[in-house]
Design a protein around this ligand. Sequence first.
Ligand SMILES: Nc1ncnc2c1ncn2[C@@H]1O[C@H](COP(=O)(O)OP(=O)(O)O)[C@@H](O)[C@H]1O
Ligand SMILES: [Mg+2]
Length: 268
Amino acid sequence: MSEATNATNATNTQNDAVKNGDMQKSDVVIDVKDLRKSFGGNEVLKGINCQVHAGEVISIIGPSGAGKSTFLRCLNGLDTPSSGSIVVLGDDIADPKTNIDKTREHIGMVFQHFNLFPNMTVAENITLAPTLIKKVPADKARARALELLRMVGLEEKADANPESLSGGQKQRVAIARSLAMDPQIMLFDEATSALDPEMVGDVLQVIRDLAKKGMTMLLVTHEMAFAREVSTRVIFTDAGVIEEEGTPEQVFGNPQSPRLRSFLSKVL
Ligand SMILES: Nc1ncnc2c1ncn2[C@@H]1O[C@H](COP(=O)(O)OP(=O)(O)O)[C@@H](O)[C@H]1O
Ligand SMILES: [Mg+2]
């Protein structure tokens, strides 16, 4: 059996353990306690409690304005919490004494808009952070970039200008760029919302592949069928609180809260 197959089997076991609820406390990679965030007088996160275990794939669903983006942004330090704690890989990033840059290296984030650097080639976009921040030698960074581009199906675009790519291709490059830092956790904020429908599938396939490899992920998504298929857990947020959460079967198949039922009736 090849090394790659062994690795896949190992992560499948990990994902299965997550699905079966067998994960230990020590596997907690993100621990959020009573997270609150206000913008001026507007409290958009009203006490979020959430533990994420290694290998979990969590979809966050909910209406526009629920606070989904703000939550993800707090998790990688783009927004500063008003109160509460966010322990990521053992460090409380809500504590001003924590070196947030160090923690952020372990968390990749992909946004709706890809923000590739237009004055660099695709490969240069991917090698920039590893060479600059992690001091990876140029040839190694390049080799890794090509490997990642192969993974997202774009190896032949290494030396292309990002502007020559379609939206879906740009988003796959953005994912590869994020993965180049070897993050332990990936955050996706509506990664397919800005794409033409025919581009969505390829990007979802990349996320699906990451899930199979055991990557810990939080996905804000409107792709309900995909959330149902790929997630180990689904969190429904509304008006700054976690209104309901559970397995995809529970949340989509047997929703309890009236707000979740009403939301699902509009989106399914
Ligand atoms: N930087 C900001 N300044 C002021 N208000 C903000 C800011 N970011 C988000 N908000 C407000 O917080 C609420 C939640 O926004 P957001 O987290 O983007 O929700 P979602 O991603 O679920 O649509 C919205 O009412 C939004 O207007
Ligand atoms: Mg949002």
